[in-house]
Every structure is written in C-alpha cells, then in structure tokens.
Design a protein around this ligand. Structure first.
Ligand code: HSE
Length: 436
C-alpha cells in the first residue's frame, strides 16, 4: 500500500519528538499500521530550524496554509497550540478532507463540538490522544477499553507542572512562590505558567474526559476551575498529619442530578496509589460500574511521551482511513446522534467532603460555637485537629474534616463561622475525596 502522507504544523518540542520517533521506529510502526507513515511537509515560522531538524528529508514551508491545502497530504498534525490560527487551520484541513491529529486541548475544550461536527460531516477523523495526559493512552482507554462500562467517575492528576510544585512544597516544606520559580528554572513551568497553576490546562483535559466518559458535548465554560496559587504550605502539613495528601485533581462524576466537572486542590488519602504520584508525572483513576477502579500512570508531557500519543493516532488513522466512516470509533466515544444533554452541575450543587481550617482565639466556647454552626447546617464532622497555641500565643488553628455534604451548605456555614468574633480572618476550605 502506498505511504500515508502527513503534514506537520509546528515543529517545536512535540513536533521534533514526533519526527524523530517516527523515523527511529519506522519499521515497527509500518508493521503495525500496514503501510508506512511519512512526514512529507512541515510548516514552521522558523524555516531554518525546521530544515535543520528534518535534515532535508521533507519539504519545509513557513505558511501552514500550504500544508492544509496540499493535495498530497492525507493527515495534518496540528501542534501550534492556542485557539486562533490553530482553529482556522484545523477547520481548513477538515474542509479539505484531511484527517487531523492534535495535541491541542485548549482548542478542543472550547471549540470541540464545532470541530467534531465538521469532521463528522466531511467523513474525516480528528484524533486527540496527545491532548490529555500526554503519553498515557487515556482517550483510547476511555473510548474503547472501557466501552462496556457505565463510567461513574474520573479523578486525574493531569497537570505535571502543578504536581511537581505540590510534590516539592510537601517534600521541602517550601511555599508556592519559591517552588514555582524553581519549576521555571528547571523548565517544568512555562515562562507564563498561568494556565497550569490556575487549573485551566487541567480543566481543558477534564472537560474532554467528561465528554468521552458520559457522552455529553464538550463544555469547558461550565467547568469549575481553581488552581494551586492560594494553597499554603500549612495546609499541606495539616493534611499530612491527618493522613492525606493534597493534589490538583481534575474530577468528573456522574450523579443522579447531573455531572460534576471540577478542577481544584483536593485532599486524598495518602494510602491511595494516586496520592503517591509525584513530580511531573500524571495519573488518571477511572471508575466504571463493571470494571471498578482502573489507574493509568505515565508522563503527561515531553517530546517523546507526547509523540507516542500523536503517532498512535497516526497509526489508527492509517488503518481506518479507508474504512466506512460509520465503522470508526466516534470522536466522543458515543454516536453523534446518541449524545446526552445531562446538565453539568453548578458548584453549589456538588457533593464532597471538606477540609476546613480556621484561625481562632483560644478561649472557652470557640470550638462549641463552630461545631454548633456545622451541626445546624447538617454538616457532620469526621475528624478534627486542634493545635496547642504556641508559648505566649492566644490564638491557634482548628482543622476539621467533614463527611460528605453539599457545597452550598458549606458555603453558608463558612459565612456564619467567619462572622464569629472568635474566628480570625477567613476559613480555608479544601475539598476532599476518598476515591474509594
Ligand atoms: N503544561 C502541561 C503540564 C503539559 O504541565 O502537564 C501539557 O499539557
């Protein structure tokens, strides 16, 4: 069979990794795909660098439009990122009948519905394994491996930068700003790390997983997005004393009233495998009704781990390109005419457990006043920690873990606790998941 021809848009870290792995493993990949996969064109603004990276083995252009409209190109790999030019090029590639492989979670989390609809109409594939958790084949697992299951929930460490920062904060007792600078120095965090540290990147990925898990449209705008910038080393220490670790989790859950879709720092029991995922590694825990809990672990970023996912998509397309589009795995796992309109719940409606830390005046009745408010609010306390005030101090911290309750009850209780004259400043609230 003749080779399938690929046009690569952007030869940065992942693009170069893809070029190199394809070349290095060409023989094995061809044996798997049934035909060879050839990068025939590369578009990059830095033409000289692109030429050096590709050793004159393919045509290099600066205008990506030449690639998406070239009649010889069968598959376009989009590695430009963002949702401006990348969106236009992906839509043009689809309109020109090209299959698309992308690692662009931001693009798909915001414009996925439009992109998948256009691809469906044109009979082409838009593959995005590399968009979620880099080298971990989580899209394949959710969409195909777990297809027998009614998926109940997913909880993932899906941002390596923040996991690295949290691991360092816990290991070395350092504060967030210090570790962020270190992460930037080591090249883990971008010069502008906003999307990572504010939870946006994780929310893009969680949005895509929710769509595939539950057969709903991608709805990034409805995700709750909370990063780690306000997390204090004190809370990491208290959590540890109570037997928990704090991780930035992307969580999506099926409930009787709708779907929860949220990213936030989360206490999880230290004894869970996923709690021990350290540094820049990723892990995704998926609970299906038939299979129970399954855990996927690996590198969520980097040149070759991400190339591994990009090339897996290329191989899938090479095998399926000539198949009847109706026989392919649907983009979002469910047939397009069988998508559900299950609502994404607002945060006030979610149910989880909570870690609450308050700084109080160490006087008679302060604890009773707090527990009375919680009892009045129907919030049950699971565990508690109260520190002896330091020598000569008259204030101390109280930390409480609650049983499962609704977020709106906790919001109201916190407002009442903060209004107590014996409570100083605001209450720190971190959500807690047992993941059992
Ligand atoms: N910036 C991401 C992370 C990698 O830190 O995990 C790409 O999704």
């Amino acid at each position: 069979m003749k080779p399938i021809k690929v046009g690569l848009l952007g030869i940065g870290t992942v693009g170069a990794g893809t070029f190199n792995v394809l070349k290095r493993n060409q023989e094995e990949i061809t044996r798997r795909a049934g035909r060879s996969i050839e990068i025939a064109m590369v578009a990059d603004l830095d033409v000289e660098r692109a030429r050096a990276l590709t050793n004159g083995e393919c045509e290099v252009v600066s205008d990506a439009n030449l690639v998406v409209s070239h009649p010889d190109i069968d598959i376009v790999i989009e590695l430009i990122g963002g949702y401006g030019i990348a969106r236009d090029l992906v839509m043009k590639a689809i309109a020109n009948g090209k299959h698309v492989v992308t690692a662009n979670k931001a693009l798909l989390a915001l414009h996925g519905n439009e992109i998948f609809a256009a691809a469906q109409e044109k009979g082409v594939i838009v593959a995005f394994e590399a968009a979620v958790a880099g080298g971990i084949p989580i899209i394949k697992a959710l969409r195909e491996g777990l297809t027998a299951n009614r998926i109940q929930w997913i909880a993932g460490i899906i941002n390596g930068t923040t996991n690295f920062i949290l691991s360092e904060m816990r290991d070395k007792g350092l504060d967030f700003d210090t570790v962020l600078k270190e992460a930037q120095r080591l090249g883990y965090a971008e010069a502008d790390p906003t999307f990572d540290i504010e939870g946006v990147d994780a929310a893009h990925k969680a949005t895509l997983m929710a769509a595939i898990a539950f057969g709903i449209p991608v709805q990034f705008a409805k995700a709750h997005v909370e990063g780690i910038t306000k997390l204090e080393a004190t809370d990491i220490r208290y959590a540890e004393q109570l037997g928990y670790r704090i991780k930035l989790l992307g969580i999506t859950k099926r409930t009787p009233n709708g779907i929860e879709l949220r990213v936030h720092p989360t206490l999880i029991p230290a004894k869970r495998l996923i709690a021990n995922v350290e540094g820049a590694m990723n892990a995704v825990l998926v609970h299906g009704d038939a299979v129970g809990a399954t855990l996927y672990y690996g590198k969520g970023a980097g040149a070759e781990p991400t190339a591994s996912a990009v090339i897996a998509d290329l191989v899938d397309i090479a095998r399926l390109a000539t198949a009847d589009p109706g026989h392919r795995v649907p983009h979002l796992a469910f047939q397009p005419d069988a998508m559900a309109d299950t609502p994404i719940l607002p945060m006030s409606e979610i149910t989880t457990s909570y870690y609450l830390r308050m700084h109080v005046a160490d006087i008679l009745g302060v604890l009773a006043a707090v527990t009375r408010i919680l009892a009045d609010s129907n919030i049950s306390i699971d565990a508690m920690l109260q520190k002896e005030p330091a020598e000569g101090e008259t204030q101390t911290d109280i930390v409480m873990l609650t049983h499962q309750t609704q977020e709106k009850l906790v919001d109201a209780a916190i407002a009442r606790i903060e209004a107590l004259p014996t409570v100083i400043g605001s209450v720190t609230r971190i959500r807690l998941e047992e993941l059992d």
